[in-house]
Design a protein around this ligand. Structure first.
Ligand code: ABU
Length: 369
């Protein structure tokens, strides 16, 4: 009798990684203006007012770094799959909207959420990212065909009409102080019209899923996740101090069971820390980024320094130039693998963003009983 092979299994962010998807930079575009994106692009960003395909030399460089990262992982015995990019430089539309370009498929973490034997495609919250799941369908089809226990799910596609976005955010002259106040008041660009979430707003701690409420995930999205993951506890968290709150993985980074590094400018509020601290977990301030500015034409903040990929509870990949973050993790007893990725940041993020788990050894555990 042939034994069934489990292809998809991952319950947390730190168990030993055996199989992963690494994104590609091919054809990545700077997306055309749209409400959610405009709210995220910093007011002084060099990206404002331009859109279209990124230059060939920057794409080639980013792909070289992503290929190199894949090879590092392969050499450590980790299976690496890559997505199939589609033509991102084309107009897309639904009956409700039109977008002049799409985005890319460098950051699978934003789209795919692996919990146990299930991979869930997030709703996404930008129009330019509505069709991004198509890049991963060939891989998901293969996992589904080869593993009879694998569950492939897709959250309800949102309509993303103008009713999804607060008009207050449609200005490039809001100012940081007002933005910080809005974040503190949980007044984000996305409304509660319909469930919205990006997968990169979710962190997995076994039985518990921790979800950032911000620009890319609304409360209805968190409620949808609660109803979907019936055997889990789903917790909404906020990080005052972030004027552009999208994706939790440059803010709150579990390193291993019992240890989390937290962005010192975006501290988890006292009330929300209890879940962790009452269960003996330590939350420490992360090291400072090594850079004062993100690279050119980059959406993300300098805190991609914290966007590390944990390979197992003793080993972590850190961007090569992020020497302070590497030093902190080294002092915490981790083996640090430096990985050159800064010139790919503009394509969608760092080492955590550009990956999505397929298989980590380990079982569902309750860390916060
Ligand atoms: N995708 C992670 C970006 C978060 C940040 O810009 O800080």
């Amino acid at each position: 009798m042939s034994k069934i092979k489990t292809i998809v299994n991952s319950w947390n962010e730190w168990d030993p990684l055996k199989h992963v998807i690494v994104g590609k930079a091919d054809g990545t575009c700077i997306p055309a203006p749209e409400p959610a994106l405009d709210a995220k692009v910093p007011e002084d960003s060099d990206m404002r007012g331009q859109f279209g395909p990124r230059t060939k030399d920057t794409v080639d460089k980013a792909n070289q770094l992503l290929d190199n990262f894949s090879n590092i992982l392969i050499k450590r015995g980790i299976k690496v799959d890559r997505p199939d990019p589609i033509n991102f430089n084309q107009k897309t539309s639904t009956p409700d909207w039109e977008a002049d370009t799409m985005f890319g498929c460098m950051p699978p973490r934003d789209v795919l959420l692996t919990v146990g034997n299930e991979i869930l495609e997030a709703t996404m919250s930008y129009r330019c990212r509505w069709f991004e799941y198509l890049c991963y369908r060939p891989l998901l089809k293969k996992y589904y065909d080869d593993d009879p226990n694998m569950k492939h799910e897709s959250a309800p596609k949102p309509r993303l009409t103008d009713a999804d976005y607060r008009k207050d955010y449609l200005s490039d002259k809001i100012g940081i102080q007002k933005r910080l106040k809005w974040t503190e008041d949980k007044f984000f660009v996305t409304t509660e019209e319909e469930p919205l979430f990006d997968a990169a707003d979710v962190l997995r701690f076994g039985k518990d899923l921790v979800v950032q409420h911000g620009f890319t995930t609304n409360l209805k999205g968190i409620d949808w996740l609660k109803r979907h993951y019936k055997d889990h506890r789903v917790h909404a968290v906020n990080f005052p101090g972030d004027p552009y709150p999208i994706h939790i993985d440059a803010t709150f980074t579990p390193i291993k069971e019992g240890l989390i590094i937290n962005n010192p400018q975006r501290k988890l509020p006292k009330e929300q820390r209890k879940l962790f601290e009452n269960n003996g977990w330590e939350i420490i301030d992360s090291a400072q980024p090594a850079h004062n500015e993100p690279p050119p034409l980059c959406y993300s903040s300098t805190w991609l320094s914290m966007n590390v990929l944990v390979l197992d509870p003793k080993t972590v990949c850190v961007e090569k130039s992020e020497v302070y973050q590497a030093d902190q993790l080294d002092r915490l007893g981790m083996e640090v693998i430096p990985v050159d990725m800064r010139d790919a940041y503009a394509f969608g993020g760092g080492l955590h963003c550009c990956t999505a788990d397929v298989y980590r050894e380990g079982e569902l555990k309750d860390y916060f009983p």
